[in-house]
Write a protein that binds this ligand. Structure first.
Ligand SMILES: [Zn+2]
Length: 565
């Protein structure tokens, strides 16, 4: 017989489960003070014969009991205490069942935890080296077990490691994007750097961010999967012709600028959720599948789209038609829960807005709006939103120089490519499309002076007229919950007093997300002067181009003098 010092302490069951203790209560503890460790192990071995009423292997209690019985078996083997073969086999089998249940459970848990991340990645698409690094870095097993060079990690652990890696990467990316998105309410939002941060997917990120900000998927019952699929298709449509300018960055830029205008002015409060959604979608689709060539090019080259749309707003008709055709497919149908009436209104708004981005209707659009401004009636929503979208579409000269300059370069490149196509087809070269003979600076000065500036003047006046129609004098207000001072001094956007009985009212002061749908009945006090951040930039950029033009002229004169014999 062994004395207590021959039995290693690890064999003692200090954490005996309540169930098992109760089961054998009285047998162990009676006169326990006189028992040696050997006696205790010998007694524990007798418990191994107990096969009835064991907790099921997949239960939490089984984990504790299983580990205790395994310890007893090890201690018995160590101390040469006989364990009956049938008890040994039955207990080891029970313990094996417990381990299998734990493994299944854990696998299921991991799969469920981030199924989304896994479904996006094909194991074969990840290089072996990256897999190994992820497995080594992000799983416990791979960092502790040294593998022979020929050993490949098992798929399950690799998948888990990749998921872990993706989670970390996504988290970091999300963090950086969040920092970038802090400026999404600003006129100076830098869409190029957001595009870099999102690995060339800025349209879907900006789109999602804005929809989520206003809780639109939830409120309008838009499937997140369909929205994601739709935005993905938008990005691929914008990338179809590899355009230097009319690409997904331009779409994201126009979307953010449109949003900024309605947010900054307070026009947001004039729109209900469906109208806001229509505005976002119109901006997203407004150049979908743009060919990088002008309507005139389509007409002159007698392209298919020109024939389909009879030379009228050829591209704009295509953008909106292709987008609606896409939304007809279940996977991309973001409108599936709209009532027929909601669909009709949404479609009307989107068509009106996108068709109004046809530059050939620019002067007519401005003239109509100017005359509406002088009338006492309220302005039609579709017309107002169309002018906002059109202005956003031509807004880049009103942005900081570095942003405006990048857009100018891209646009010129696209024009030059069209010029080359025209040359190939034997068509006359369109204005600004000749790479060897174009005055970039002059063209921008004209663009700012005759197109962009007048548009923004009319749009600014229109915003103020709409805001005036929504506001009432302070004296007529019941009792404002926000002091007048805070309203007057608010830089942007003008906050509306909270209404406790308005369930649709969203408020998020940190992000400046506040809006009231147009259904509100009580007019609210709002500043009717709209901030116009573009004015400064238009002026600065125009002056800069004037200096550039002078230099361009001087360079040309010098060249002529040098070339003279
Ligand atoms: Zn555009």
């Amino acid at each position: 017989m062994l004395s207590s010092e021959h039995v290693p302490s690890i064999f003692f069951n200090k954490s005996r489960s309540i169930d098992e203790t109760n089961l054998y209560d009285g047998d162990i503890d009676e006169g326990g003070a006189n028992k040696t460790p050997y006696d205790i192990i010998e007694h524990d071995v007798t418990t191994l014969a107990k096969a009835n009423n064991l907790p099921p292997p997949d239960s939490f209690d089984a984990l504790q009991l299983g580990s205790e019985r395994l310890r007893t078996i090890i201690a018995a083997l160590h101390c040469n205490i006989l364990v009956r073969k049938e008890d040994l086999v039955r207990n080891l089998d029970y313990i094996a069942n417990i381990l299998e249940a734990v493994h299944q459970d854990e696998t299921r848990r991991l799969m469920e935890e981030d199924d989304g991340a896994l479904s996006e990645i094909e194991p074969d698409s990840v290089p072996n080296e990256v897999r190994d690094w992820l497995a080594m870095t992000f799983t416990r097993s791979m960092s502790t077990i040294k593998r022979r060079p020929s050993d490949k990690p098992k798929f399950k652990s690799v998948a888990q490691a990749i998921r872990a890696g993706i989670m970390v990467d996504r988290y970091l990316r999300r963090l950086s994007i969040d920092i970038k998105f802090k400026t999404i309410n600003e006129w100076t939002f830098d869409v190029f750097s957001v595009n870099e941060f999102t690995s060339g997917q800025c349209l879907r990120y900006v789109g999602f961010e804005l929809m989520q900000r206003y809780n639109l998927p939830n409120k309008l019952h838009i499937s997140i999967t369909a929205l994601n699929n739709f935005l993905e298709q938008m990005e691929s449509g914008y990338s179809k012709y590899r355009n230097p300018y009319h690409n997904l960055i331009h779409a994201a830029d126009v979307l953010q600028t449109t949003y900024q205008i309605i947010y900054n002015s307070g026009l947001m409060n004039w729109l209900n959720d469906h109208e806001l959604f229509a505005m976002f979608i119109a901006a997203i689709v407004h150049d979908f599948e743009h060919t990088g060539t002008s309507n005139n090019f389509h007409i002159q080259s007698r392209s298919d789209v020109a024939l389909i749309y009879n030379d009228r707003a050829v591209l704009e008709n295509h953008h909106v038609s292709a987008a609606f055709r896409l939304m007809r497919i279940d996977d991309y149908n973001i409108l599936s829960e709209f009532t027929p009436e909601e669909f009709k209104n949404f479609r009307h708004l989107v068509i009106e807005m996108v068709l109004a981005t046809d530059m050939s209707s620019h002067f007519a659009q401005l003239k109509t709006m100017k005359s509406l401004l002088s009338m006492p009636e309220n302005i039609e929503k579709s017309k107002a939103l169309a002018l906002v979208l059109h202005s956003a579409d031509i807004s880049h000269p009103g942005k900081p120089w570095s942003i405006h300059y990048s857009w100018t370069e891209s646009l010129m490149e696209e024009y030059f490519k069209q010029g080359e196509k025209e040359k190939e087809l034997g068509l006359p070269c369109s204005p600004l499309c000749d790479r060897d003979n174009t005055l970039v600076a002059e063209s921008q000065i004209g663009f700012i002076q005759y197109i962009v500036e007048p548009s923004f003047v009319v749009m600014g006046d229109m915003l103020e007229k709409i805001l005036k129609s929504l506001s009432v004098p302070d004296s007529e207000l019941p009792s404002p919950s926000i002091p007048a001072k805070s309203i007057a001094s608010s830089p942007s956007p003008p906050p509306s007093p909270k209404s406790s009985n308005d369930s649709n009212h969203q408020h998020d002061e940190d992000n400046g997300r506040e809006r009231k749908p147009s259904s509100m009945t009580t007019p609210l006090p709002r500043p009717t002067i709209v901030r116009r951040p573009w004015i400064e930039y238009l002026k600065e950029n125009r002056e800069r181009w004037i200096r550039e033009a002078e230099e361009e002229k001087r360079r040309k004169e010098l060249k002529v003098i040098e070339e003279e014999p």
